[in-house]
Design a binder for this molecule. Structure first.
Ligand code: SF4
Ligand code: SF4
Length: 107
């Protein structure tokens, strides 16, 4: 079977592929453009921060893949809900257990 006849999902010979065989995939035309994409609509769970428990270690800030942790005066105080997609990484990584995930309430 020639390369042209193979189904697109068949990657059994991927080691022999040249650049022309790879899908283009996502394109990031400029650095820092993720702020333009409001991924908050994907969320089914929302993180809730207990500011009393927060020790200000900043781990949630560094782990959040969407840069959605809002820090003020060295502590986590809120979430950028336009970009937080509810992955739960911040809650998982917080050593103080100051973040919990709750079911998202959609209107
Ligand atoms: S990981 Fe937890 S304790 Fe650390 S800054 Fe974030 S909320 Fe606060
Ligand atoms: S749930 Fe995920 S995207 Fe949202 S603030 Fe936490 S780490 Fe960031």
């Amino acid at each position: 079977m020639s390369a042209a006849e193979k189904p697109r999902w068949d990657v059994s010979d991927v080691d022999t592929w040249g650049p022309d065989r790879h899908e283009l995939g996502a394109t990031i035309p400029v650095a820092g453009n993720s702020v333009e994409f409001e991924t908050g609509g994907w969320r089914s769970q929302v993180p809730v921060i207990c500011t009393e428990k927060c020790t200000g270690c900043m781990l949630c800030y560094f782990y959040c893949p969407d840069a959605s942790i809002i820090i003020e005066d060295g502590k986590a105080v809120g979430i950028d809900l336009e970009h937080c997609k509810g992955c739960g990484i911040c809650a998982r990584e917080c050593p103080a257990k100051a973040i919990s995930m709750k079911a998202e309430e959609k209107e």
